[in-house]
Design a protein around this ligand. Structure first.
Ligand code: NAP
Length: 244
């Protein structure tokens, strides 16, 4: 019987977790919502690095580690690959392909925060969709800019920035309304891939807005990687069959 430890924190992982039985475990960092209606076990919080994760795999007797974390969650993916090696179990990963620019798109890739700040200099009303990172830089906002940050949780008010607390998926019509009402002149995004947050790119395209894209971090090689969750699920079937 193969027992699976599923590292999640994104919609694709939750959809897989919904199909797992009680001998398996779904693991979350604890930043987002914790589902309460799953058949599998749910664990919230870090393991204490790769060694902590390897200990957990050994102690709990898991046979397979699934890394279905966000493509920008590079630390946990590195930990997963290392922990699986230490514990002597395979690691499979969902490596979601990034979005591709379409004709007419003005995407400008930036390597890090410093490159982003300089690429941002000509603009006045950026929309940040990077999560929490810009919160650490609110006191550095140039005088000619007013920032809008979209992130999971509400934040204290700031004179130079507005925070919108919202969780995807985001519908195209809602994104159109937001961009029209707020008059953003540039969008700042990760290249997350998938459908849940893609509509903002369509709206940037329609409005002729430049998009500053934070480069993807490098992720480790693992035993098997999958571009979509359905293929991963199918590959799991022979291993899960005996455990149903
Ligand atoms: P990260 O920088 O790669 O990881 C930081 C630490 O958080 C890890 O070292 C680990 O702590 C803990 N952690 C992360 N994912 C975990 C999981 N699934 N189960 C248990 N512990 C976990 O990760 P992050 O970028 O902060 O992302 C945290 C979570 O949010 C992940 O589940 C990710 O899938 C999700 N998420 C991230 C983004 C993003 O843009 N980064 C977007 C959407 C969702 P220990 O070392 O103590 O084990």
């Amino acid at each position: 019987m193969t027992r699976v430890l599923l590292l999640g924190g994104v919609g694709d992982a939750l959809r897989l977790a919904r199909r797992l039985g009680p001998e398996h475990l779904y693991s979350l960092a604890g930043l987002g919502k914790v589902p309460e209606d799953l058949s599998c076990r749910v664990r919230v919080g870090g393991f204490g690095g790769a060694e902590g994760l390897a200990d957990f795999i050994r102690t709990e007797g898991f046979d397979l580690l699934l890394d279905v974390t966000h493509p920008y969650a590079a630390q946990i993916s590195a930990n997963a690959a290392a922990a699986a090696r230490l514990a002597g179990v395979p690691c499979w990963a969902l490596r979601r392909p990034g979005w591709q620019p379409q004709p007419g798109d003005d995407w400008r890739e930036v390597a890090d925060w410093a490159a982003l700040v300089s690429a941002l200099a000509p603009f006045r009303k950026p929309l940040f969709t990077l999560g929490r990172e810009p919160l650490a830089h609110l006191d550095e906002i140039p005088v000619h800019q007013h920032w809008t940050l979209r992130l999971l949780d509400a934040q204290p008010e700031h004179p130079r920035a507005r925070c919108i607390a919202a969780r995807g998926p985001f519908a195209l019509e809602d994104e159109r309304t937001l961009f029209a009402n707020e008059g953003f002149d540039v969008l700042i995004s990760k290249n997350s891939g998938g459908n849940a947050t893609e509509a903002k790119l369509q709206v940037a395209r329609e409005r002729g807005l430049p998009v500053l894209i934070l480069q993807r971090p490098p992720l480790p090689e693992v035993e098997r990687s999958f571009a979509d969750p359905d293929t991963l699920w199918q590959a799991l079937q022979p291993l899960l069959r005996d455990s149903r």
